[in-house]
Structures are given as C-alpha cells and as structure tokens.
Design a protein around this ligand. Structure first.
Ligand code: AMP
Ligand code: GLY
Length: 433
C-alpha cells in the first residue's frame, strides 16, 4: 500500500513510525518543507515543498498514492484534503469546512454556542476593525485574547501572565487591525488534551495527555507550540476525575455530529480537544483538527492496533466495528528547543546526538547537511520515555535529553513528581476537597 504523509515535524516523525510499523508493508512517501532526517529515513521517496502547495496533489497522483495522512494544521486550512479527495485519494484529515473548528477560533466559539455544546466560556467575537473591545474587556475583567486565525499557539495572550487590563485592551486593538478576534473569560484550572480517531460518526478516544505550553519551568514565560507532555498508564491524568474524561468525550462526540449538521461534511481524521478542568467541571479551550505536537508522540507509540487498520476504518466509516486499544503505559515527552526559543531562537546551530539509551527520539524542526543536524529556530528534537509509571517514564526521557548536545534548552520539570503533585494540589484547592 502506498501512503503519503504530509508534514515534517516531531508529530509527523511519530506518524511515520506508526505507518511503517504496519504489517501491511506500506511504501511511505512524504512531503515536507525541510528534510526531517527521521522521516526521510523511513520513506521510499519525499518531496521538499511547503505543506500548503497544491503541487502535493500532482506528487501524490504521480506516485499512485492510495491513502494520505495529514499531520499539521496549515494544509487543512489550505484545503489540501479536499484536493486530494477530488483526485480520488482517501485522506485521514478533515476537509476544509470541517477543519474550520481549528483554524477559525471565532467560527469555533459561535458554532459551540449555536449547537449548545457544553463547556463554552463567556466570549465575544470582534471582526477586523470593529470597536467595543475595551468595553467587553471591562465587562469580563479577567480575559484571554485570541486572534481568530492560526498563530501556532503563540498569538493567544492570557491576562495576569502576559498583561494587565490595559495591556489586554492595547493587544486587542492591535490584533483587530489585521484579524478577527475572540475575547473570552479566563478559565482557571488544569489543562488536558483528548485526541480521538473519527470516521464521521464514531469516535475512538486515546488516553488523556497534558501538554506544557509555557517556555520555562514552573509554567513561566511565553506560550510555545508545546514543550512536552505526559500521560498516565490509564485514560485519566493524576489530577483528573473520571467524569472529566467522560464529559470531554461527550463534548467531542457532540462536536463531530454538529459539524456534519452545520457544514454537511463528515469529519474524518483526528480530533483534538483541549480542555480546562475547573472548579465547576470542564471547559473547552480549543479544538484542533489533527494530532497534537507533542501529544501524538505520547499516544501513537502505545497504540496496540496496526495504525493503517485504524486509518482504513477512519476513511471507510467503520470505526464502530474496530476494536482499538492502547497499552497501559505512561509516557513522558520532552522537547529540546533552540536556546532563546520562542522569542530569539538560535538558528543553524549544530546538534550532536550521542546515545539516547531506552528513550525514543523524534526529529522535529531540524535539518541535515553534510551528515550533521542543525536547528531551524523551532522545536528541534523530542525524546520520549515509556514505562509503567510516569516517574520511570520521566527518568527515561531525562536520559534521552542528556544525549543531545548543543545550544538547546528543555523543561526538566515536565512529568516530575513535584510538578504532578502541584497539579493535584491545585485541583484539590479549586474543588475545595
Ligand atoms: P490555544 O491556542 O487556544 O490553545 O491557547 C493557547 C494557550 O492559552 C492554552 O493552552 C491555554 O494555556 C491558554 N488559554 C487559551 N484559552 C484560555 C482560556 N479561556 N482561559 C485560560 N487560558 C486559556
Ligand atoms: N501541543 C498543542 C498543539 O499541537 O496544538
């Protein structure tokens, strides 16, 4: 079977590993903007091209691709799945109308409200150039400001962490010069992610994962694409209640069914729900129309099924007849990012990889030249520890990190007992238990 993977980051390296582990002996092709050495090694052939270029379709047709798997959000927003489908290629990744749930945050909130999907915070959408944002910020008080379009997780600013009320007003007016905007109430609690395989009607859910968006230890500093993530050896995380997971699954299912009603298009691919567990149950922070990066690296290595069987069920609408299971293993993923990331990252600096021992390694935004690996300025390399407990998985991830030499930094606190205790304590206080 000939499979095309679109995208060249750490998430896509994990997807490439899952595809090539298949018993179906797939031939893997890839299109990516830079040569990811991990993916390139697993491919029969690859094309270096921007992930939104329609020429990807010609490449797919020329190579007689039967199934395409989309990694990142940009090709979804550019309608690449629609073009591939028009060319007769089956696609794991929703069509543009359905992917709006991710790339238009204003659409997403108004859609949640229209279909009365639970977990929607108080919000208001402002269109480019519209006035009234100051008044709404005064009304809500504690706000989050979100440009409506894709910003790689870096455009969202949160009151208290990034600015005071006057700063919020200035930022909102600034964004409104060029983009639509969502202003919403700041949710207080602990974040978690649930990713699901979706065939249009049926959802199969992976275990919950927690990402770490802030650049520095102790959840300080600017938002990033995600510095690392972990899951436990069961569906919920140590600070979660079983009902948080059940409620998240219900919200995701309601969302998929409502997308079909609203757009007429069945959602086929991966749906990523990001939630905040708060004092009063869970709320939705955002939806993504794809796996998370790094969260894909937590769940794909513990998937017990042949990934291509799951893909076939997604595109064939037969997930209800497919039993999908995950190993009861904890994982801890940590990114090594260039020094100075995300504001002033060191680019084109050499990374030396010694021996990662029993951690898994996923290449992300690095490139290979003359047998050397260089940083690009984005998240460089991820390591993953996998074990029976989060503690053991964390130790393996740390060993993996110590094998990477270069102008890099990481969050060593991800998955540690201390940080997890802090999360549990935070939820206890909020729930006044
Ligand atoms: P997003 O790109 O929507 O995931 O936002 C990036 C990050 O901003 C999230 O991971 C949260 O940490 C934070 N965030 C977004 N929306 C909210 C909200 N309503 N309340 C609190 N934090 C939020
Ligand atoms: N880790 C967050 C994301 O993939 O959007």
């Amino acid at each position: 079977m000939k499979v095309l993977l679109i995208g060249g980051g750490g998430r896509e390296h994990a997807i490439a590993e899952a595809i090539t582990r298949s018993r179906k002996n797939p031939e893997l092709y890839a299109t990516m903007s830079k040569k990811n050495p991990g993916i390139a090694r697993l491919c029969k052939d690859f094309l270096l091209v921007k992930e939104t270029e329609p020429s990807i379709i010609d490449y797919a047709v020329k190579n007689k691709i039967e199934l395409a798997v989309i990694g990142p959000e940009a090709p979804l927003a550019a309608g690449i799945p629609d073009l591939l489908r028009d060319a007769g290629i089956r696609v794991v990744g929703p069509q543009k109308l359905a992917a709006q749930i991710e790339f238009d945050k204003a659409w997403m909130r108004e859609f949640m409200k229209k279909y009365r999907i639970s977990g929607c915070p108080r919000f208001k959408v402002f269109r480019r150039g519209e006035s009234g944002s100051d008044e709404f910020i005064d009304e809500i008080g504690d706000v989050v400001i979100k440009p409506a379009g894709l910003t790689g997780g870096k455009g969202v600013r949160v009151m208290g962490d990034h600015f005071d009320i006057n700063g919020a007003k200035v930022y909102a007016r600034e964004v409104l010069k060029n983009d639509d905007l969502v202003i919403e109430e700041r949710l207080i609690g602990e974040e978690f992610t649930v990713q699901a395989f979706v065939d249009g009607n049926t959802l199969i859910y992976a275990p919950s994962v927690q990402d770490h968006k802030r650049a520095y230890e102790g959840d300080k500093g600017p938002n990033t694409g995600g510095m690392g993530s972990y899951n436990d050896s069961k569906d919920i995380l140590p600070f979660m209640k079983e009902s948080d997971y059940t409620d998240a699954k219900k919200i995701m299912k309601d969302t998929v069914l409502a997308i079909k009603k609203e757009t007429g298009v069945p959602y086929q691919g991966v749906l990523y729900g990001q939630f905040m567990a708060t004092a009063n149950g869970i709320s939705v922070i955002e939806f993504n129309a794809r796996f998370g990066d790094p969260e894909a690296m937590n769940v794909l290595p513990i998937l017990e099924n042949d990934f291509l069987d799951v893909c076939a069920a997604i595109v064939g609408g037969t997930l209800d007849k497919t039993r999908v299971t995950f190993k009861k293993q904890a994982t801890v993923c940590k990114y090594a990012v260039p020094a100075g990331y995300p504001d002033n990252p060191v680019k084109d600096s050499v990374v030396e990889i010694v021996e990662v021992k029993d951690a898994l390694l996923f290449y992300s935004s690095v490139y290979e030249k003359d047998n050397k690996i260089y940083t690009t300025g984005s998240r460089a390399i991820a390591v993953l520890g996998m074990a029976d407990t989060i503690r053991e998985a964390e130790m393996k991830a740390q060993k993996g990190l110590s094998a990477l030499k270069g102008a890099l930094h990481s969050r060593h606190d991800i998955g540690t007992d201390e940080l997890i205790r802090k999360r549990i304590q935070h939820m206890k206080e909020l729930r006044a238990e």
